[in-house]
Design a protein around this ligand. Structure first.
Ligand code: CTP
Ligand code: CA
Length: 228
């Protein structure tokens, strides 16, 4: 695919990338989290900057250096990410949800640390649903805005991926097989990228940068000619 002058095929574009994993507070010292390292989202942000985009990186709980040239919006929980992504998406040409967003959060946040009580069983932690950011982006986007999701699947990856793509109303879904040291915290990744147009792009195991470049190739193709 052509990348325009000096490969800057995203020049003049605003892209929003979410990265990392949300943390859902239980009490002031504890949370429910996940294994996302943020490496894939950060690779997406770096490569988009290199291709000329204005980049907003909504970053949840990562221990990685800030990518030069991106605007970083740090968030903690899924609700914070929801607010930040929707706000940034207003004028975005593309939104890529690489973050691992918790599906549920503890229903009753405790303002004080939960203590153990001698001889008593612990209270169960009740959960409630978080907003589905990607599905909302799929529903509310402007015409022409490209929406990309990631799907973490442990089994029937392609079948589940197709159903998820339709359910979320996104243009592209990057399907990752997760578990057993396949993705989380590794510098490399492999994926199949499903398109709402029925396309299927296989990306062999390689650097997370390489997968990021393929994602931007597919996004750029959907955005049309590079802007001057
Ligand atoms: N996602 C989101 N908001 C949520 C949950 C997920 O925006 N509350 C996004 C993720 O960032 C990812 C995509 O949705 O881009 C798919 O996430 P995944 O966990 O694979 O899908 P779910 O719809 O949550 O389905 P499940 O976990 O049940 O497989
Ligand atoms: Ca989920």
């Amino acid at each position: 695919l052509a990348r325009g002058p000096a490969g800057r095929d995203l020049a003049g574009r605003h892209v929003v990338v979410s990265a990392g994993g949300t943390r859902e507070p239980i009490d002031p010292v504890r949370f429910i989290g996940n294994r996302s390292s943020g490496l894939q989202g950060y690779a997406l942000a770096r490569t988009a900057v290199a291709r000329g985009a204005r980049v907003t990186l909504v970053s949840a709980n990562v221990a990685l250096p800030d990518p030069a040239g991106a605007r970083i919006v740090p968030v903690g929980s899924a609700e914070e990410m929801h607010k930040a992504v929707l706000a940034a998406a207003g004028d975005a040409d593309a939104v890529v949800m690489a973050a691992a967003v918790a599906d549920f959060r503890p229903a009753g946040y405790r303002g004080t640390k939960i203590k153990k009580t001698e001889g008593a069983e612990p209270e169960p932690i009740r959960l409630t649903k978080n907003p589905d950011i990607l599905a909302e982006l799929g529903r509310t986007r402007r015409p022409g805005q490209v929406v990309v999701g990631f799907a973490a699947e442990t089994d029937n990856a392609l079948e589940n991926g197709r159903a998820k793509l339709a359910r979320k109303g996104c243009d592209l879904l990057v399907v990752n097989e997760v578990g057993e040291n396949l993705t989380f915290g590794r510098p490399d990744n492999e994926a199949v990228i499903l398109g709402a147009d029925g396309s299927q792009t296989e990306v062999p195991r390689g650097a997370k940068e390489d997968l990021a470049e393929v994602v931007w190739d597919l996004v750029a193709a959907r955005l049309g000619a590079p802007q001057a």
